[in-house]
Design a protein around this ligand. Structure first.
Ligand SMILES: *Cc1c(COP(=O)(O)O)cnc(C)c1O
Length: 412
């Protein structure tokens, strides 16, 4: 199956014989079995079946299987949110004394999480830009994970996954990619050597800004060294599948990070149109970014950043690794001043002022006063968040309307 066919037909729910074209929403906490003996087997993973929705649910399972197939991974674990997916991944692998190397340009929530992890003795070293050289320079004996966003939100720096994976593979460190902003429609990071992929499925996967959810996908191809990763040693007999086995049986189950069946269903429905939506969203973003250049030339705004612009330093890597070179659907505008940024935002007619991305409608936000409102100056600098920055999550509106709306908001 090719990509768009997979979105519709992979991992179909076969438990339901009604002929329903969509998966059933199994909105049930518990699943009854005919005997104690049968339930014991289900509990012990010795018989297929479900016991309790925090541990497993058929609708959630269908979502996990479809995501694993779409990404070309071995297995997936669905979580209550993108943040839960990142937390569970790191907590399953790391222990006190371990270190993460991460891009400094991260989603605000992830930066906050990594700060929290310092209290557990898990330290993060940040690199300004994720390059093979910058990563390799920071690796030491305690480095147990490399974490990065594929297209940084909101700095929009694009990571060359293949180049980074060559370094992490040499040191046998898992490369964990938050691919929320690129989605599997643009790139399947396992094909480029990533080991674990995470999505906030709240964004492009659910697609209409209608559910909070997250997903972790394991390539199943990372050779865990159980002396270096004693946290996974209990699952040694699972070999390369130890990470997912630990998540399912311990970390994810015990922290209670499960996804609701309703939101898994919303993710499944969203996936069906992911390919189609991403094509239009990315094309709109490129066209809007190109159209806004004129206002930079006219000194009405300071800068427009979009990795797919031919002037972008990320154009080449975007063309090389993204499907048809489509470089995501987020662009940023440096308005020149905070006042100008707020005035552009407030003058827009179609764009909603909201803290989200990946919606079908265009959303704008002033990151410095919201998502990064309590960040330090250093964090702001690293994340590329200036006081005049506007982040635009481009939607499916007709491009003529979007260009007209941004134009009037800028020149007013
Ligand atoms: C939104 C987002 C997250 C967090 O996801 P939630 O579903 O809101 O918890 C993580 N990473 C990136 C890149 C995001 O955009």
């Amino acid at each position: 199956m090719k990509f768009n066919t997979k979105l519709l037909h992979s991992a179909r729910d076969v438990s339901d014989h009604s002929g329903a074209t969509l998966p059933a929403i199994h909105q049930s906490s518990a699943f009854a079995h005919e005997s104690s003996e049968k339930l014991e087997k289900v509990f012990d993973n010795k018989a297929p079946g479900f016991a309790y929705t925090r541990i497993g649910n058929p609708t959630v399972n269908t979502f996990e299987k479809r995501m694993a197939e779409i990404e070309g991974g071995f297995g997936a674990v669905a979580c209550a949110s993108g943040m839960a997916a990142i937390s569970m991944t790191l907590l399953a692998i790391l222990k006190s004394g371990d270190e993460i190397i991460s891009s400094a340009a991260l989603f605000g929530g992830t930066l906050d999480l990594l700060t929290d992890l310092e209290d557990l003795g898990i330290h993060t070293t940040y690199v300004d830009y994720v390059t093979p050289e910058s990563i390799e320079a920071q690796i030491n004996a305690n480095t147990k994970a490399v974490f990065t966003e594929l297209i940084g939100n909101p700095r929009l720096d694009v990571v060359d996954v293949k180049a980074i994976a060559e370094v992490t593979k040499r040191y046998n460190i898992p490369l964990i990619i938050d691919a929320t902003t690129s989605t599997p429609a643009l790139i399947r990071p396992f094909e480029y050597g990533a080991n674990i992929v995470i999505h906030s499925a709240s964004k492009y996967i659910s697609g209409s800004g209608n559910a909070i959810s997250g997903i972790i996908i394991d390539s199943g191809r990372f050779a865990w060294d159980f002396e270096k990763y004693p946290t996974l040693a209990r699952y040694k007999q699972m070999g390369k599948l130890a990470f997912t086995a630990k998540l399912k049986n311990d970390t994810w189950k015990n922290y209670g990070a499960c996804l609701s069946p309703q939101n898994a269903y919303i993710g499944l429905v969203g996936l069906e149109t992911l390919g189609l939506r991403m094509e239009r969203l990315c094309d709109n973003a490129l066209a809007l970014a190109e159209a806004l250049q004129i206002h930079v030339e006219n000194h009405e705004i300071a800068e427009v950043t979009y990795p797919g612009l031919s002037s972008s330093r990320y154009k080449e890597v975007s063309t090389a690794q993204f499907e048809k070179g489509r470089a995501g659907a987020i662009l940023t505008i440096k308005a020149g001043s905070k006042e100008k940024a707020w005035s552009i935002i407030d003058n827009l007619k179609y764009a909603s002022v909201a803290t989200n991305i990946g919606d079908v409608r265009t959303l704008v936000i002033h990151p410095a006063s919201t998502i990064y409102g309590h960040s330090t100056q250093e964090q702001l600098d690293c994340a590329g968040v200036t006081s005049d920055l506007i982040r635009v999550s481009v939607g499916l509106e007709d491009i003529e309307d979007l260009i007209a709306d941004f134009t009037q908001a800028i020149i007013t």
